[in-house]
Design a protein around this ligand. Structure first.
Ligand code: 48H
Length: 267
C-alpha cells in the first residue's frame, strides 16, 4: 500500500521529486573529480572500477543510453567474445564467467552480454558513477593542462539544439572513446596541443593484426598530455596500432593499466 508523503505529497510527486533530487545530488557531486572517463566501453569500465576501489573519485560519461561500448555485439552480432589467458584475472575480479577453448588453449570465450553488464555492475559497485546519455563536447584547458570536461545531454547534441553545456573539473581525464579518440582529437584541434606521439598528432589506426594490436593497445595506454590519458582503442588509434577484432583481453588490460598509472602517480 503506497502512503502519502509529508505535507500530503501524492505518490506522483514523491516519485518525481525523489528522482530529480537524487540525480541532482549525484551530478553536483560529480562536478569535481579525481578522474573523469570519457566513454563507457570495456577499457574505461575496468579502469573506473579499479580507480574507485583505490578511493579516487571517479565518474564515467557515456554518450549512449547503455554503457558497454562495443562489448554487447560480440563479433558481427554473434554475442560471444574471446579473451586470452593474461586477462582472465580481470574477468575473475568482476565475477564474469569464461570457458577455455578445447582446441586452442589460452583462448577463452564468454557471453558478451554478461561481459557488458558485469563490467557496468562492477564499476558501479566499486563506487564509480556513470552518467549515461551524456556527451563530452569539449575540454577545460587551463594553464597548460587539461582540467576537465564540457558536457551536454546527447539528445541536445543529436538534435543540434543551441543549448550551452555544463562543466566537470577533473585532475585526470581519460579518453576511452574507442576508435575515434574523440577527446585527443579535440585536444589537438581546439587546444592546439602537441600530444606525446612521434608527430605530436594522432597517428591513426592500422588494419587487422590480432597479436600486434592486442600488445600495442596495452603498451600505448598512457598519458599523452598533462592531465590527459588514453585507454583501449583510443590508445591504439593515437599511436597507430593495429586493430584486433572481437578479442577483448587488450581492452581489459588497458583499463587495468591506466588505473594503475593514475593510482601510482597519486601516491
Ligand atoms: C561520451 C563517448 C564519446 C563522447 C565516444 O569503443 P568502445 O567499446 O571502447 P574501448 O576502447 O574500451 O573498446 C573498444 C572495443 O569495443 C572495440 O571496438 C574493439 C575491440 N574493436 C576491435 C576492432 O578491430 O574493431 O566504447 C567507447 C564508448 C562508446 O560507448 C561511445 O558511445 C562512447 O565511448 N563515446 N561518450 N562522449 N564524446 N565518444
Amino acid at each position: 500500500m503506497l502512503r502519502k508523503g509529508f505535507f500530503g505529497m501524492s505518490a506522483e510527486n514523491i516519485i518525481s521529486t525523489a528522482i530529480i533530487s537524487k540525480f541532482s545530488e549525484k551530478l553536483i557531486d560529480g562536478l569535481k573529480l579525481d578522474v573523469a572517463l570519457v566513454g563507457g566501453g570495456p577499457s574505461a569500465l575496468v579502469a573506473a572500477r579499479y580507480l574507485a576501489e583505490a578511493g579516487l573519485k571517479t565518474a564515467v560519461f557515456e554518450r549512449k543510453l547503455a554503457p558497454g561500448g562495443g562489448t554487447w555485439g560480440g563479433g558481427m552480432l554473434f554475442n560471444e567474445v574471446v579473451v586470452q589467458d593474461e586477462a582472465l584475472h580481470i574477468l575473475d575480479d568482476f565475477n564474469i564467467t569464461h570457458k577455455e577453448l578445447e582446441n586452442a588453449p589460452g583462448y577463452h570465450t564468454l557471453d558478451s552480454v554478461e561481459m557488458a553488464s558485469g563490467l557496468i555492475f562492477g564499476a558501479l559497485k566499486a563506487g564509480a558513477k556513470i552518467f549515461n546519455s551524456v556527451s563530452v563536447e569539449d575540454l577545460v584547458f587551463k594553464n597548460g593542462k587539461v582540467n576537465g570536461l564540457v558536457i551536454n545531454w546527447t539528445c541536445v547534441e543529436r538534435l543540434g539544439l543551441h543549448v550551452d553545456p555544463l562543466t566537470v573539473i577533473a585532475e585526470n581525464v581519460i579518453d576511452g572513446t574507442g576508435h575515434p579518440s574523440e577527446i585527443l582529437n579535440l585536444a589537438v584541434k581546439k587546444a592546439k596541443i602537441q600530444l606525446d606521439t612521434p608527430t605530436g598528432d594522432i597517428i591513426g589506426e592500422k588494419p587487422m593484426w590480432v597479436e600486434n594490436g592486442e600488445a600495442s593497445t596495452v603498451e600505448n595506454t598512457r598519458c599523452y598530455f598533462p592531465g590527459l590519458y588514453a585507454c583501449g582503442m583510443s590508445a591504439n588509434n593515437v599511436m597507430g596500432g593495429y586493430r584486433m577484432g572481437p578479442i577483448f583481453g587488450g581492452m581489459l588490460m588497458s583499463g587495468r593499466k591506466v588505473a594503475k598509472l593514475i593510482i601510482e602517480k597519486g601516491r
